[in-house]
Structure formats: C-alpha cells, structure tokens
Ligand binder design. Structure first.
Ligand SMILES: [Zn+2]
Length: 175
C-alpha cells in the first residue's frame, strides 16, 4: 500500500463533520429525483497506489464499459454491486460512512484527465476490505434508507417501489 502522502490532497473530513452530514441526510426526505440503481465497487491499481471506487449507475454493464473507455489502462477489479430503490441517497450516505472509516480520501488528477474524488484508501487485502468493511456498510445503508422510506411513506404519500432486481441490460436512462 502506497503512502497517502503522495496525494495532492486528502479530502477526508473530520468524523464530527461527517456524522453531522450523515444525520442531516437521514432526516431529509428522499428526493423525488432519486432513482433506483446499483451502488458498485471496484478496486483500482494505478500510479497513485490502490484505491476503492464506489459509484452508482442504473446500468451496470454500460458503466463498466464507460470506465474502461474513459479511464483506461488501469488494473481494475470489480468487487460487487448492490441494487437499491434509492441510489442517490444510498450512494451519498455510503460515501460519508466510507470517508469516516477510510485511511484517506484522495483527490488527485488522474492521467485520464479527470479529478476523481469518490475514491477511498483502506489498508489491507482488497477482497477482505470489500467483504469485511465496504460491503457491510453499503448493505446497512441500503436497508436504512429503504426502511426510512417505508416508515415515512404513508405519511408523505410516497410511492415506494418494491425491492426487486431490474434487468441490468434493459435500462437506458442516463447516469
Ligand atoms: Zn481516471
């Protein structure tokens, strides 16, 4: 594992700020613009060392191709993806929680030309970190957001989608 000090900036905020942001986000009702989708995770070995990327998409296959096309030449290990009815809120809360737990949240100019900020460094074997630390966080957030939506649904007259998996290849919505 490369030292985090090689990064231009560690965007990791304090646990006090992160827990405040997290509480505020949980209190806010789910946006009507929120959509179902996948929260995915891959591990990437690059010139900056090993980092985990956690993102969201409504079309996993397409997003995987896009990563390979727009940020190419990386050794990328796709670790998994979890489906949620509320991908925006789930991704946001997952990012906050991972930021609180990670060693570093690097912000760097990638050789693809983009500044990737939704990446996290954890110490340890990538598969073990995913199974033991990252996946449980996503599962917990998916469940919490969904439970929250169910609890507040009737009061706010919300339409709650069912927790069924869509066909990955049929979705044509943009990211
Ligand atoms: Zn890149």
């Amino acid at each position: 594992m490369q030292s985090p000090s090689v990064f231009a900036l560690d965007a990791k905020r304090s646990s006090r700020i992160l827990s405040k942001l997290s509480s505020q986000a949980y209190i806010r009702s789910i946006s009507s613009k929120d959509r179902s989708g996948w929260v995915y995770v891959f591990y990437e070995v690059g010139s900056h060392g090993g980092v985990f990327k956690v993102g969201r998409t409504n079309n996993l296959r397409r997003r995987m191709s896009e990563w390979e096309a727009t940020c190419s030449g990386k050794q990328r290990i796709w670790l998994g993806a979890l489906w949620t009815p509320f991908a925006h809120k789930t991704e946001y809360l997952t990012h906050l929680e991972l930021e609180a737990r990670c060693v570093c949240r690097p912000r760097f100019l990638c050789d693809c030309g983009a500044v990737h900020i939704e990446k996290f460094i954890f110490a340890g074997d990538p598969l073990e970190v995913y199974e033991g630390s990252i996946k449980p966080v996503i599962q917990r957030v998916v469940t919490s957001v969904f439970a929250d939506a169910l609890a507040s649904g009737p009061r706010r007259n919300r339409v709650i989608p069912t927790l069924s998996k869509p066909e990955v290849s049929t979705s044509t919505d943009s990211l």
